[in-house]
Design a protein around this ligand. Structure first.
Ligand code: ATP
Ligand code: MG
Length: 451
């Protein structure tokens, strides 16, 4: 019987990757999927367009793992050397594959073109290897064997590589273990606080293994259940029970910070959950954004179907726009009078949110108006900070039509990009707390004014 794929190595091929001109996202994507299917990725290798180097990396990978997935270098140009490198690693000659040639030709013909002669090389394969059809581009993939390892070579462009991985690699996988994962996502607690609250749940000897990753305020708790499938068949009911139990304990420990709904896989983004909660209540919201410059709108409109719960908003970056568009009283700005609160203040954040609510109601007319508004005003830096209002100071206000409002001051760290990302996510986090009827002192929160 063929051996199982317990270890995998990913080889990324291309000068542009080793020179830092483009980012290797294929390895990340492939690792996540292989890991979820029970193949442990033990190494990522990135190699230049050099036939010797590629052949020796494929050979080394095949010596250490049962599965090798390589991407890139399958195009028609002189620097596309993966076919020749695989032939060298397999110790075989390149031969022309009639079916692959027909497919490459047909790809061009279906676009009303004649196949250029250089593309003919794409139909070459090492003797003993097979070509894998590419329906999204011209470069066929390859599947061969080096030593005892299965080697898959897929094209570099993610939109070609991903469907081919799913069509050819996944069905061929013989995982050595059974793996099931589930996520619980939180907003508002720092990663170390989450770890502290999870306590013993994160011990490395537990199954499911519980780990965390953090990105702009969202801390994702990943539960990974694993069993050697050689020893145990039909682990699924046990996996479900173990994950359900871990899920319950994680939710109990993290309370109001958890935003992904119970009973799901936990994959949803914060914006998706906020929109879902609003739709369930038949409510909508609007935004008035200063230092986030439209980031909240971008996060929300990235979700399909957002128009049902998101009306739109204003990017009121200057004081003049804050006054003209959402009616912030000019006296609030420092230029207008000494001792005024200034653009980054609770008063201005509140006036922006309430102005947005009012303006949306006015523009959209009575009952078709919005139910909530979020406003953000802050100092993203690197310039513009002061002792009283250092860079990273951001006021966020949520105002709702029934009359409540929640204004909070934050001090975010990490530079301009980070301050803006955190501010946008935190505004959504505040709206979620309101909709879920929960409260929580959020990460980086310094001061509150509200209700
Ligand atoms: P094609 O026939 O499309 O040229 P190919 O297999 O020759 O396919 P490459 O020429 O190596 O692919 O890469 C084409 C493009 O694919 C690169 O310019 C890059 O944008 C993208 N790409 C390649 N490798 C990766 C990678 N590891 N991660 C993300 N993108 C990649
Ligand atoms: Mg290429």
């Amino acid at each position: 019987m063929a051996q199982t794929h317990s270890r995998a190595v990913i080889v990324s091929i291309g000068d542009e990757l080793v020179l830092g001109q483009s980012l290797d996202t294929n390895s990340k994507w492939l690792s996540e999927r292989l890991l979820d299917r029970g193949a442990a990725v033990i190494r990522h290798v990135t190699v230049a367009d050099d036939v010797e180097a590629i052949a020796s990396e494929i050979g080394r990978a095949a010596a250490d793992a049962e599965l090798v997935v390589a991407t890139g270098g399958l195009g028609p140009t002189m620097d596309d050397l993966t076919r020749a490198a695989l032939a060298r690693a397999m110790g075989r000659e390149l031969v022309e594959d009639a079916e692959a040639l027909a497919q490459v030709r047909a790809w061009f013909e279906s676009r009303g073109r004649v196949m250029p002669e250089p593309n003919r090389v794409q139909a070459l394969r090492p003797a003993g290897a097979v070509c894998l059809e590419n329906t999204a581009g011209t470069a066929p993939g390859l599947r061969g064997a080096v030593g005892g390892a299965d080697v898959f070579c897929l094209p570099g462009p993610p939109r070609e590589m991903r469907p081919m991985f799913e069509r050819f690699v996944l069905p061929a996988l013989r995982p050595a273990r059974e793996v099931r994962t589930r996520l619980v996502r939180t907003f508002g607690l720092g990663e170390s606080r989450v770890a502290e609250l999870l306590g013993d749940l994160m011990r490395r000897d537990r199954n499911p293994l519980v780990g965390t990753t953090a990105s702009a305020g969202v801390v994702t708790v990943r539960m990974r259940w694993e069993l050697d499938s050689a020893e145990h068949l039909h682990g699924s009911p046990a996996a479900k029970a173990a994950l359900d139990e871990a899920d319950r304990l994680v939710r109990a420990a993290l309370g109001a910070a958890v935003f992904t709904p119970e009973g799901g896989d936990g994959e949803q983004e914060l914006a998706t959950v906020v929109l879902h909660l609003l739709k369930a209540r038949r409510e909508r919201f609007a935004v008035a954004e200063s230092c986030t410059g439209g980031l909240i709108g971008a996060l929300v409109t990235a979700v399909p179907g957002s128009s049902a719960a998101f009306a739109g908003g204003w990017i009121t970056y200057t004081n003049a726009m804050k006054a003209a568009e959402v009616g912030v009283p000019r006296e609030m700005f420092t230029e207008a009078r000494a001792g005024a609160p200034g653009a980054v203040s609770r008063e201005v954040a509140r006036a922006m949110a309430e102005g947005a609510l009012l303006r949306a109601a006015h523009e959209l007319g009575g009952t078709s108006g919005v139910d909530h508004a979020l406003a953000v005003t802050g100092i993203a830096g690197p310039e513009g900070g002061s002792e009283a209002k250092p860079v990273g100071t951001v006021w966020i206000c949520r105002a709702s039509r029934e009359g409540s409002m929640d204004c909070r001051r934050f001090l975010f760290g990490g530079g301009r990009e980070s301050v803006r990302e955190w501010a946008a996510a935190t505004a959504l986090g505040m709206l979620r707390l309101k909709l879920a009827g929960e409260d929580l002192k959020l990460h980086s929160e310094q001061e509150r004014w509200g209700e």
